[in-house]
Design a protein around this ligand. Sequence first.
Ligand SMILES: Nc1ncnc2c1ncn2[C@@H]1O[C@H](COP(=O)(O)OP(=O)(O)OP(=O)(O)O)[C@@H](O)[C@H]1O
Length: 344
Amino acid sequence: MTHTTQTGPAIVTRGLTRHFTSHKQTVEAVQGLDLEIGQGELVAFLGPNGAGKSTTLRMLTTLIPPTSGTASVAGHDVVSGQRDVRRAIGFVGQGNGAGHRQLGRDELISQGRAHGLSRADARHRAAELVEDLDLDAVADRKVSTLSGGQRRRLDIAMGLVHLPRVLFLDEPSTGLDPQNRINLQELIQRLHAESGSTVVLTTHYLEEADALAGRVIVVDHGRMIADDTAARLKSRLGDLVRLGFDSATEAARAAARLSRVPDARVDVTVASVDLRVKDGSTLVGGLLADLAADGVPPTRVEVARPTLDDVFLDLTGRSLRETQQSPTDEADTDSARTESEVAA
Ligand SMILES: Nc1ncnc2c1ncn2[C@@H]1O[C@H](COP(=O)(O)OP(=O)(O)OP(=O)(O)O)[C@@H](O)[C@H]1O
């Protein structure tokens, strides 16, 4: 799959903001987002429920207008160039886009026709997508009979019918079992590599952002709090070296010694010392020798590479895993949304 090239960034936002008023209260869902995403990037917005990820995507896909600020996608303003943006993008939302009674292949053909393809071209494109997304076994079944993973693949195929330059995926793997989640992640990576399209997805799965995206934009309370590769976000935080001692006195003596390590952060909890330091796994041998020489050898040593959850914890003081809402809470939030917010 290929598409025509365009110069300049795929996405630019300046001060992008969206407020909602609900029950006389204002929710600042997205607050002053400044962002530039280059063509061909694969970017994940990572953040807890309610962080503003979907609202950002809904503005970028012209489903809702910004309260203030600007955004352009594929060179077109999301407000004044809404039609052009829509022609240039594919959007796979959180709900299933495909209808229930039609056959999968017919859904793809209808979608192609809706994008202005002739019947013959729409059939040809549907056949290409069935092959590309491994949909052979399901293309000639009614959509209502497909499994969650198959539906998601069909939804993604629907979003790709018109060769979009920018593909938006809102929580593509939510609700899938771990194996289907991995299959879908592989599919997204392959599509991205083959098409050269810009792919922007939202997720609250740390592993997904880590494994999939070249760039991770961490959002919380409507603001961007970090923007880098997963590897750099983690390496900046440094490894965790956790040392256990026989007594609090020994731990305090060891902490005093360890506080001399350059660019390290030392935290003492009773008889345990946590040291955050770059390349901790390499340094640990020398540190143990120093502590033994000072007469305070640890009784327990653990070295852990940081995860994206550690990054989130460091940035916000909260664990991303622990901020996840129950599915019931999510359903309540969704039901509060109305179609009236969708731009005409
Ligand atoms: N139509 C709406 N009316 C009122 N509040 C809304 C509306 N849409 C979103 N919000 C609120 O805006 C905030 C951001 O929501 P958003 O859906 O963008 O978050 P999210 O990061 O995508 O979360 P999730 O992972 O649950 O989808 C939340 O507080 C949400 O309740």
